[in-house]
Design a protein around this ligand. Sequence first.
Ligand SMILES: N#Cc1c(N)ncnc1-c1cnn(Cc2cccc(F)c2)c1
Length: 296
Amino acid sequence: MTTPDAQSALAIPGFTHVYSGKVRDLYAPDGRDDQLLLVASDRISAFDFILDPPIPDKGAVLTQLSLWWFDQLADLVPHHVVSTDVPDVVAGRAVLVRRLEMVPVECVARAYLTGGGLREYAADGTVSGLALPEGLRDGDRFAAPLFTPSTKAPMGEHDEPMTYEEVEAEVGPELAARLRDLTTRILARGNEIAGERGILIADTKVEFGLDADGTLVLADEVLTPDSSRFWPADQWEPGHPQPSFDKEFVREWLLSPASGWDRASGKAPPRLPPEVVERTRAKYVEAYERLTGRTF
Ligand SMILES: N#Cc1c(N)ncnc1-c1cnn(Cc2cccc(F)c2)c1
């Protein structure tokens, strides 16, 4: 299997490269306009940088995890997956999907207060316009997941929070209600399953599209450590930042004197040492195996 280069998208015979995100690439099948190929690279990002080297098998592990979640959620919402019969060069880390009319809203649900939601809350006591009780701490769990949507910012820019009323204005009240209901239920279901396996999903971003019949379809990836914050349940302790299930080794090394990196410098981080790469790979495999019960 080809370990994808950290910096550029592969050329895939029979497909045209359409778009590259931080860690994934989008292709269109030549001669078809009703499908897309979603390819997950082994790239890893942290602190808003794409790091070197790639994490071997990360793309495959997260693709297989997302496929498993689509199945776990199929009773809640239809998904866009057509086939995993993909070109050999991206075997195991690519999915052929139905091309949809994507809903122009990043559908975020939060089960715990952290990250950008915590910064918003600290500033004005709300998250995406939702007023929250006073005195909440970093890592506190909400009684039920909150729908905290945001805009779909261009690559390299940060998504901006949207109030529910802004979502209604953008997509209409009926679709807004469906998005809120499904997004929060997906995270609730994810935490029911992950919680039994020692993983807390603090928040997640899902994307939806509409098919030719106007049916709302779950798209993109779902409940992966790239689209969600995964925390080890046995280390959960509100009141301070929680350790990441999958990126803690990367974050700790980069912030340690050993890396020689100064985060405040704005310079790109140094190359990760082999032991950090391998331990990070092992965490992605561990998340997959604990959640799915399968061996990678
Ligand atoms: N999923 C999906 C999808 C679909 N089923 N139909 C139409 N468009 C999309 C679509 C467009 N952008 N993205 C984000 C994205 C995903 C993966 C890699 C990337 F580079 C970028 C998803």
